[in-house]
Design a protein around this ligand. Structure first.
Ligand code: SF4
Length: 716
């Protein structure tokens, strides 16, 4: 596509699922060596972008600094040595083809990322599922929101987020569960703060084991024992039933399975929920009363719900309460999963998860498989789910998956059980990494490294937490020899003999194809429908304004809220209650491993710090890894502020133990620790805390339990 000529280019921030719009001032470069090249000189929040209306958080506002080319990967490498593109593409294509010929399509895999643009994701998914013929493509979004996806599918028949950001401002009660939005979704949190200033009647309830910047805004904070959410919301369902909080008309007209779900919840009284969750009875009662009496309520949730062996059940326990009280499908209402990554939702849309097809179609539905294969005119179509992230690395470890292509992510730091990931990659016959950075813990183990374009160069679309598709516009020329991810994928596909489906010359062609697929034989039967965008011209694609899907004939300007007519995407058209049983987390403490370890993010860093770690202004907020501990625990162990302690878990060995500095913090619950997840063995001498988490994951979603490990402490 031609580069925009205007001095102001609107694009999106790549650092979280809020998906803020950014205006970048672009000017001609003045350096003698590159006269006339474009430079980004300033940025500000886009005042007309509906996610942020001009606001940015500190990460977004420092994007120009973190966008520097320091540490960029400039050219392909094979076995650590510089290589030209044809050699690198040939190496990847021939090795993949040879392995497939010998061992079948399930012997290869892609592990991709919510950092990819939707068009990149679409091409990766098409190559793996339609041409290679395996569904072995999974994504780091598995670690982010796959439990929320599975819960929406169980309840609504589709991975369809019902709400929009405005609902956070229009509700009477906002319940934030397992979310420190003040640090992880800062611009949304600013919107909540302002809404509360405008409407002091708006009640905010924070449910989080820790006191955080988010819970400090709340009218009520329930510091529940980690992992007890299912009991908490089962108790709310029982309370609604006993206290006139049900919307019987809604239940009768639009739902199924209420009686079973209620019956499963009846054992949860105020007193036994309070006891299990380890909170005051009166506080619990206040929460239940407040939700019950509110006309409009939103429950927003993130990793504290999703990253759990019972993440899907937790999300369904929340959804059950919204269905029972009719708080869904109208202004200021709904169960709202906030995604972590900028394009976690775009990846879901085009089938980036190993258990989905493109355009929210199902792998196990033969009609859907036919629609996709006919549309693609592809030689084959995967007909069973591929390996989800944790299983995928297991299969690599076992030698069943022999080649993996990792795109724009760093699983050696972000996946649990780091030793297993390292061992798996060491055993793998071919590890390919495409990324914009020259080094990280995963690249260290790669045989082939391919330079991909970065934020200011990539061109395409992303979808934020409220289903809003925005353009991320390519502004600068690709750095060094880097190429767009979709281009690299097309070159490999061509070299594997799949030229017919991968001859795109511009990114808008991919978007149109994807939009057309979403509308194929749809007739309102599927939630994701972009058919109104399937005929965009290049110019219209360039100018595309942010829109919430579905965008079709009925809703050409997009759709704010879903399920306003009470019609769902299940076979019966009714929403499903799910009867739920409380189960404790799997990584439980023992006498030898007596502390619960929780992991999470800090305010100014993003993922494994490969980009946000570049600027002192972001590292100055919290500059070193740490572990937060309650003062009474510190006293009991005779630990002072700043003391070094070694953390170990029963499955970890001496090398994977992590040494961290103690921060004494009365915002922690006793017996529980918190450590940020950003640092790794590469950017600190302390190790990566993901080493301390086992493979325990949700049986339905496959999302790992990254909020609840059992660890031992030892002074260093
Ligand atoms: Fe970027 Fe998220 Fe901050 Fe918005 S809130 S500026 S999307 S990091």
């Amino acid at each position: 596509l031609a580069k925009p000529q205007a001095s102001l280019v609107s694009t999106t921030c790549p650092y979280c699922g809020v998906g803020c719009g950014i205006d970048v001032v672009v000017k001609q470069g003045e350096q003698a060596e590159k006269p006339g090249s474009l430079q980004l000189s300033q940025l500000s929040g886009s005042s007309d972008h509906p996610a942020n209306f001009g606001r940015l958080c500190v990460k977004g506002s420092k994007l120009l600094e973190t966008n520097s080319n320091v540490g960029r990967l400039a050219n392909p490498k094979i076995m650590g040595k510089n290589a030209d593109w044809p050699s690198a593409i040939n190496k990847v294509a021939t090795t993949f083809s040879d392995i497939i010929a010998k061992h079948g399509p399930d012997a290869v895999a892609f592990y991709v990322s919510g950092q990819l643009l939707t068009e990149d994701y679409y091409v990766a998914n098409k190559l793996m599922k339609g041409y290679i013929g395996s569904a072995n493509i999974d994504t780091n979004s598995r670690l982010c929101m796959s439990s929320a996806v599975a819960a929406y599918k169980r309840a609504f028949g589709a991975d369809a987020v019902p709400c929009c950001y405005e609902d956070l401002e229009l509700c009477d009660v906002l319940v934030l569960v397992g979310s420190n939005a003040a640090w992880t979704h800062p611009v949304l949190f600013q919107r909540i703060e302002r809404a509360k200033q405008r409407n002091p009647e708006l009640k905010v309830i924070s449910i989080d084991p820790r006191i955080t910047a988010t819970s400090e805004l709340a009218d009520l904070h329930l510091a529940i024992k980690p992992g007890t959410d299912v009991a908490l919301f089962n108790g709310l369902l029982a309370y609604l039933a006993a206290n006139n909080g049900l919307d019987q008309n809604y239940i009768t007209q639009f739902t199924q399975g209420f009686e079973q779900a209620l019956s499963q919840s009846q054992q949860w009284t105020i007193s036994n929920v309070a006891e299990l969750c380890d909170i005051e009875t009166q506080e619990l009662k206040t929460f239940y009363q407040t939700f019950c009496q509110a006309d409009k309520a939103v429950t927003a949730y993130t990793m504290g719900v999703n990253q759990s062996t019972r993440g899907v059940d937790k999300a369904n326990a929340i959804i059950n309460c919204h269905l029972a009280s009719g708080k869904l499908g109208r202004e200021g209402c709904g169960p709202f999963s906030l995604t972590g990554q900028p394009n976690a939702m775009g990846g879901r849309e085009v089938g980036g998860l190993a258990n989905m097809l493109a355009s929210h179609m199902d792998l196990d539905n033969p009609i859907h498989r036919d629609i996709v294969q006919n549309y693609w005119q592809s030689p084959t179509i995967a007909n069973k789910a591929g390996f989800k992230a944790v299983d995928l690395f297991d299969e690599i470890n076992k030698g069943k998956v022999k080649a993996v292509w990792i795109m724009a992510t760093n699983p050696v730091v972000s996946m649990p059980n780091r030793d297993k990931i390292i061992n798996a990659l060491k055993k793998c016959e071919l590890v390919v990494v495409s990324d914009c950075v020259a080094s990280n813990d995963t690249i260290e183990l790669a045989h082939v490294v391919l330079p991909a374009t970065g934020w200011s160069e990539k061109d395409g679309t992303v979808t934020n937490s409220e289903r809003r598709i925005s353009r991320q516009r390519g502004i600068l020329e690709p750095y060094g020899e880097s190429k767009h991810d979709w281009q690299i994928l097309c070159e490999v596909a061509n070299a594997m003999g799949f030229a017919q489906g991968f001859n795109y010359s511009q990114v808008d062609e991919i978007f149109r194809e994807y939009a057309g697929l979403s509308g194929a034989q749809n007739n309102g039967q599927r939630d994701l429908d972009l058919s109104a965008l399937a005929t965009l011209t290049v110019q219209q694609y360039q100018r595309l304004s942010p829109l919430q899907w579905p965008v079709n004939q009925q809703n050409p300007q997009g759709t704010k809220r879903l399920f306003t007519d009470g019609r769902f995407y299940t076979q019966s058209g009714k929403a499903q209650f799910i009867p739920l049983t409380y189960h404790a987390p799997e990584q439980l403490t023992t006498v030898d491993y007596p502390f619960v370890l929780n992991s999470g993010r800090i305010r100014d860093q993003w993922h494994t710090m490969t980009r946000t770690g570049k600027t002192a202004e972001l590292t100055s907020h919290i500059s070193k890894p740490y572990v937060a501990m309650h003062p009474q625990d510190a006293t009991r162990l005779s630990l002072q502020e700043g003391a070094l302690i070694k953390l170990s878990a029963s499955h970890s060995n001496e090398q994977s133990a992590v040494v961290l500095m103690v921060t004494i913090d009365d915002k922690q619950r006793k017996g529980e620790l918190f450590a940020p997840m950003h640092w790794s063995a590469m950017n600190s001498s302390h190790g990566a805390i993901t080493s301390l988490f086992t493979d325990a994951n949700d049986k339905i979603s496959g999302q790992p339990e990254l909020k609840h490990a059992a660890v031992a402490l030892e002074p260093v």
